[in-house]
Design a protein around this ligand. Structure first.
Ligand code: GFB
Length: 307
C-alpha cells in the first residue's frame, strides 16, 4: 500500500474498524474511504455493487460485521448468520469483480472447535464441533475465510484472513446485553462503585479462560500483515497468554476499586472452556503484541469512565 492508495475500511465506526482507521492515519495514509451503515447497507448486494463501481478501492479492510458477546450471539442467532454471510459475500465478491489488489478479512478465534487442543493452531480449523452459543457467527466467519481462500485459488486474488482473539479497547460495546465480558465487567464494577452497591453479578462459573488483545495491537497486526503477508492460512493474532474469567473479574474489581463482593450467576452460560491461540506463526513473521492486559485495561477504564 502506498500513502495515496485508495483504501476502503468497511466497519470504520466499530471497535476494530476505527482502530484500523487510526493506525492508517498515523502511518500517513491520505486516501481512506468509509461509509456508515446508514450510508451503505453492506447486506444489500445492489448497494455494494454501486459502491464498488463508483469508488473502485485498491485495498479493503473488511472489519464490518454483526458482533457481540456470548448472550448477543445466542439471542440473535439468525441475524448473526445471515447478516455476516451477506456482508462478507458482497464485499469479497465485489472486491474480486473490481480487481482490489488486496483484502484483509477479520475472522475470530471463536470459530475454532469448542474442544480444540490448547493452544489452538491455525490447522485446527474445522477439526471439531463448534461452541453452540456462537455457532451461527462461527459458521458465517468460517465461510468468509473459505471465500477468501477459494477466490485466491480460483481467481488468483490476494485476500487474506486473520483470527484475532477476544478484543477490547476504544469504541467497544458496553451495553450489558450485547457486550463482551471485559467491557461488561468494567461497566458493572464501575456502576457498582459509584452507586455504592453491595455486589456485582458476574456470569457463569468463572472457570473458562480467555485471551485478550488490545484493539490497537490488532490494528497494528492487520497493517503489518496487509504489508507483509500473502497466503491462505487465516493467521492467529493474540498475546499467547490467557486468564480465567474469575481472575479477570478480580483484576477489574481491583482496577476499578470496587470494595463489595461478587455474585456468580450460574444460570448464564460459560461458553467455550478455553480458546488460547498459538501465535507462533505471526511471531515468526515478525509481529508481536505490545500492550499488556493490566496496562490495557487501566488505559481503557480511565479513557471510558474517568475522562
Ligand atoms: O466475551 P464473551 O461474552 O464471549 O465472554 P466469548 C463470555 C465469558 O465471560 C463466558 C463470562 O464464560 C461468560 O460466562 N462472563 C462473565 C460474561 N460475566 C459476563 C458478562 O457480564 N458479560 C459477558 N458477555 N460475559 C465470544 C463469541 O465468545 O467471543 C463471539 O460469542 C466473539 O462470537 C467473541 O467471537 C470474540 O469469549 O465466550
Amino acid at each position: 500500500m502506498q500513502k495515496d492508495s485508495k483504501i476502503y475500511i468497511a466497519g470504520h465506526l466499530g471497535m476494530v474498524g476505527s482502530a484500523i482507521m487510526r493506525k492508517l492515519k498515523n502511518e500517513g495514509f491520505i486516501n481512506l474511504i468509509h461509509k456508515s451503515s446508514e450510508e451503505l447497507d453492506l447486506t444489500n448486494q445492489q448497494q455494494v455493487i454501486s459502491f464498488f463501481k463508483n469508488e473502485k478501492p485498491e485495498f479493503v479492510f473488511l472489519a464490518a460485521a454483526k458482533v457481540g458477546g456470548i448472550q448477543a450471539n445466542n439471542t440473535y442467532r439468525a441475524q448473526f448468520l445471515y447478516e455476516n454471510l451477506m456482508i462478507q459475500s458482497n464485499v469479497i465478491h465485489q472486491s474480486y469483480v473490481h480487481n482490489v489488489k488486496k483484502l484483509l478479512f477479520l475472522a475470530s478465534s471463536c470459530i475454532y472447535p469448542k474442544f480444540a487442543e490448547q493452544p489452538i493452531k491455525e490447522s485446527d480449523l474445522l477439526t471439531g464441533l463448534l461452541e453452540y452459543t456462537n455457532e451461527p457467527y462461527a459458521i458465517a466467519k468460517i465461510a468468509g475465510v473459505k471465500l477468501c481462500e477459494n477466490y485466491n485459488k480460483q481467481y488468483g486474488s490476494n485476500f487474506i484472513s486473520v483470527m484475532p482473539t477476544n478484543l477490547y479497547g476504544s469504541n467497544d460495546t458496553y451495553d450489558l446485553n450485547n457486550a463482551h465480558v471485559l467491557p461488561a465487567l468494567l461497566q458493572k464494577f464501575h456502576h457498582a462503585k459509584i452507586n455504592n452497591l453491595k455486589n456485582v453479578e458476574v456470569w457463569g462459573s468463572g472457570t473458562p479462560k480467555r485471551e485478550f488483545l488490545h484493539v490497537n495491537d490488532l490494528a497494528d497486526a492487520c497493517y503489518f500483515l496487509m504489508q507483509n503477508y500473502k497466503g491462505n492460512i487465516a493467521l492467529n493474532i493474540g498475546t499467547g497468554n490467557d486468564i480465567s474469567i474469575k481472575e479477570l473479574a478480580m483484576l477489574i474489581k481491583d482496577i476499578v476499586g470496587f470494595q463489595g463482593s461478587i455474585y456468580w450467576n450460574n444460570e448464564k452460560p460459560d461458553g467455550t472452556p478455553r480458546k488460547l491461540l498459538d501465535v507462533s506463526l505471526i511471531h515468526n513473521l515478525g509481529w508481536k503484541h505490545r500492550i499488556e492486559l493490566v496496562d490495557g485495561i487501566k488505559e481503557v477504564y480511565l479513557k471510558k469512565f474517568m475522562s
